[in-house]
Structure formats: C-alpha cells, structure tokens
Design a protein around this ligand. Structure first.
Ligand code: GLN
Length: 516
C-alpha cells in the first residue's frame, strides 16, 4: 500500500498538500491515483464506500494530466486529485445506480455538468459511491446494495445519504468527494465522518445530470478533508449552466482568495432552536459550545437569536420532499430505461412489478407519503401547509441575516450511530436531519466542519450563511479549523494483512497490528 510517510495514505492528503507535491515534482497523478485505487482495494471490502470503481478510466485520466503537466500546460489547483463521486450524478458509459436496484444496469449516455466540470479541472474520478436509494436516508443503510461503514468505527453508519463519498474521503480512499444535499445529505455524513461538507446556495451548482429526488431542494456540493479543499472544489463545480433552469446567472467565482481573512468583527447568531433542551447528545453540545467560544475568542461577536419556524421545518420537509419525489420517481416505469421485469402479462402488470421489485422500502414509503400529501382533498392541509411553513423559514432567516453574517449550531444531534439502530424506526432516522433541513427549505448555504470528538467519534459544527454567502461562511470555517487544529484520523487496524480501519467497535477478523 502506498503511504505518504507518516502513515497517511497518499490519497488521504488534503487537496492543497497534494497540489504542493505536484508542484515540487514529488509525485504524479498516476502515482496518486494508483495509491487511491490501492487504498480502495485494501479497505473497501470492509467499508463498502464504492459501488463502482472506475480504475481504468481513472488511470487514463491521470496519465493525461501528467502529460499536460509535462508539456507545461496551465492546470487548475485540483488537477490530479482523486475524487469519489456520489452515484447519483450521471457518467457517460459508466453505470449510475442512484443506490437503487431499479437502475442497477443503467449506463447513462451523457455526463452531468458537474462531472464535465470536474474532468475539465483535471480531477480524477476514481469511482461512484454508495448512497441511500435515490438519496432518501441519513445512514446509507437504504442503499439497494448494502450499507457503507464508518471508517471511525465500522460497527457504525457513516451518515447519509452521501455516506459513500464521506467515508471514502475520511478513509483516505480519495482526496475529495462529491455529494448531494436535499435535507442534509452532505453536511450530516461530513459531520459523522469528521470531514468538511458544504451545502451550496440553491442554484449555485448545476443539477443537470443529477438524478432528481426533490428538485426544489436538491443541491450538489463538495466533501473534503479541510475547508480549503472544499472551497476549491466548490469553485470548480459552481457556475451558471443554461441546461439547469434554476441555475443562478451570475455567481461569485472566487471562494478561496479571502479564506485567511479571519472572523474579526463578524456577527454570528447562536440559534436557540438548534440547541433544544432534549435530544442532542451532551458530547455534541459540549464540542459545539466550545466551538462557539472559540469563534468569539477569534474576534467574532456572538449573540443569541431565535428562529421559531425552525421547529416546524422537519415536518414541512417530510411533506415537500416526498411530494416532489413521488412525482420525480414516476419515470421509473420499466419502459425507457432501468429494470424491466420479464414475463409480465401486460404493460400495467409490467410497470407494477418493475416498481415493486426495483424500489426499496423507504422509497416506496416516500412515494406513498408524497402521493397522499398531493392528493385531492389533502393537498391544502398537507402540501399547502408545508409550503407556508417553508415561507416562514425563509422569512425567519432573512430577518436573522439583517443582524448576523452567519448563524451557528450543531450539524447533527448525535455522533455516528450503530448500524441497524434506526432502520426500523423511520421517525428516529428522519430526526437525524432536524438541524440541517431548514437551510434546504430556504435555499441558502451551510457548511459542516469538524469540531472535535465525543467518545472517539467526530462532531460537526454547522455554520449557516445567507444565499450566496459562501465566501464569508468558508472564511469563518477556515479560521475555526486552523485554530482548532483537528488532526485526528480513524485508527488503522491490519487484519489478515489488509489495512482495515476500526477504532471503537469490534473488528471483524483477527487483529494483527494497530497503527497509530
Ligand atoms: N435524510 C434526508 C432524507 O432522507 C435528507 C436526504 C438528502 O439530503 N438527500 O430525505
């Protein structure tokens, strides 16, 4: 296995560290890509972060980057960096499943805009990552292909729905990751895996080629080991796209040059509704309170505030998201692409049995909830009411941002929970997103950044910004990250001569050697 000296796998460096090594000629894209692929081979039997590893394409792309570098062509800051791509973005000719059996053999005829932009930036896509089916979930256990495990403790979930991408970055299988966030699916797994994840402003990143879950909420965003990596990756994928009608025409192009300017004088609101008296683990509260103190010490002016509508955001989200999903998922009918059951008696039978066999339990639950919420007679009581709550959340946030530059709270109420703990209790699973959904309803931006450990597991700090406030938000996240100096990584365990990763839980197989 290729490591980078102090036990850190080469693909586990930050994007900035990697860029420095490229600049000094110390390594090549082919070497780094090879290291990422080795790392995946050594650890993914356990973690199952990937659904498809695109090794040949990745090595070919890496050779092209190395040749371009040799020719002295100008390359972007991420050229040669290995990336784990959530399997909900379509890739030309490469299987794209959205975590669903109904798309098990789907090979899209085109690349999503985000994928095209990554390729243009010289980023090396090493594979497509596991996820909750159609991004519906908070643990990656709703995948049609089995769960992903958390690198910090393989008896626990990595969060979801972008759990595969988050686990891959945390385990050093890739330098960068791409996820999607409809109700928290980038921030929540970033928090549970101890990395940085950004939910961009709605419309900042193109949704063209993103398999739709809830179109008015879905956003693509970056996962990275550090804030600078996430900011650089966001810069690479953001920008107007005429193929997405909700794409913002003019977006700020520069998210990195002001990163180091600090938080002096920044006004930060501590949101009372994100610190409820029940339901949040004491260890999470402790880290987040320390984080707020740290921001204050760094020169921010922190004050309490209240956004009363946040209390109703989760209920509104779980009407609006399923309503949109029930409509978006009508296209999986066995006719045009994806699964089609054989031996059907007629077309209706074929469609029914294709959907019965192709969709998992949570997806069916959402389709039923959403169809009910939209049905005549209930539309106004459920969907209409939820839309009114959505407007209240938006107004509460607008008012708060008259007083504050940023808002702060925890990303999730708990650290990573054990596999299986919430699968039979959808409501408790939905509660994982209670702190993240308001931002999706309002369409503004937020980031989760590591704030330390609680009982050996990562805790995430959430910073919330107004729409297009990414530069300020990332600046605060960077200042916090630098001052905290969070350097913990999952501990490695060698099992049967393979690198496995497992600190807290029982390890499968015989442990031979534990690395620091
Ligand atoms: N966990 C939430 C859900 O299940 C959010 C998912 C997401 O952001 N894609 O809907």
């Amino acid at each position: 296995m290729s490591t980078s000296g102090a036990g850190v796998p080469l693909a586990g460096l930050t994007a900035g560290e990697l860029a420095e090594r490229f600049a000094r000629g110390e390594t090549t894209a082919v070497e780094v890509t090879g290291a990422a692929l080795d790392r995946i081979r050594a650890t993914d039997d356990l973690l199952h972060a990937f659904l498809t590893v695109t090794d040949e394409q990745a090595l070919a792309d890496a050779r092209a980057v190395d040749e371009a570098r040799r020719r002295g062509e100008p390359l972007g800051p991420l050229a040669g960096a290995p990336l784990a791509l959530k399997d909900v973005l379509v890739t030309k000719g490469t299987r794209t499943t959205a975590g669903s059996r109904i798309l098990e053999e789907f090979r899209p005829p085109y690349d999503a805009t985000v994928v095209a932009r990554l390729r243009r930036a010289g980023v090396i896509v090493v594979g497509k990552t596991n996820m909750d089916e159609f991004a519906m979930g908070s643990s990656t256990e709703n995948s049609g292909f089995g769960p992903t495990r958390n690198p910090w403790d393989p008896t626990r979930v990595p969060g979801g729905s972008s759990g595969g991408s988050a686990a891959a970055v945390a385990a050093g299988q890739a330098t960068l990751g791409i996820g999607t966030d409809t109700g928290g699916s980038i921030r929540q797994p970033a928090s549970l895996c101890g990395i940085v994840g950004v939910k961009p402003t709605y419309g900042l990143v193109s949704r063209y080629g993103l398999i739709a879950f809830a179109s008015s909420l879905d956003q693509v965003g970056p996962l990275a080991r550090d804030v600078r990596g996430a900011a650089t990756l966001l810069e690479a994928i953001a920008g107007h796209d005429p193929r997405d009608s909700t794409s913002i025409p003019e977006v700020p192009a520069d998210l990195t040059s002001g990163l180091e300017r600090g938080v002096e004088g920044m006004r930060i609101g501590r949101v009372a509704e994100l610190f409820p008296s029940e339901g949040t683990e004491p260890g999470v509260l402790a880290r987040v309170n320390e984080a707020v103190d740290r921001l204050e010490r760094l020169g921010a002016r922190v004050e309490d505030c209240s956004l009363p509508s946040f209390e109703y955001a989760l209920s509104a989200y779980y009407l609006i998201a399923p309503a949109e999903a029930s409509s978006n998922l009508a296209r999986y009918d066995g006719v045009r692409w994806g699964l089609r059951v054989k031996d059907a008696t007629d077309v209706v039978d074929m469609m029914q049995r294709t959907r019965e066999n192709g969709f998992g339990a949570e997806v069916k639950r959402r389709i039923m909830l959403g169809t009910y919420a939209l049905s005549a007679g209930y539309y106004d009581a459920y969907y209409g009411q939820a839309q009114r709550v959505r407007t209240l959340v938006l107004r509460d946030l607008e008012r708060a941002f008259e007083r504050f530059d940023l808002l702060v709270g925890p990303t999730t109420p708990t650290v990573a929970f054990p596999l299986g703990a919430r699968v039979d209790d959808p409501l408790s699973m939905y509660l994982s997103d209670v702190f993240t959904v308001p931002v999706n309803l309002a369409g503004n931006a937020a980031v989760s950044v590591p704030a330390g450990l609680s009982e050996g597991l990562p805790v995430g700090l959430q910073l919330i910004a107004p729409a297009l406030g990414e530069a300020t938000m990332l600046r605060a996240a960077w200042a916090f990250e630098q001052d905290l100096g969070f350097a913990e990584r999952p501990r490695e365990i060698i099992v049967d001569d393979r690198v496995q990763i497992a600190p807290n839980g029982d390890s499968p197989g015989a442990i031979k050697e534990v690395r620091p």
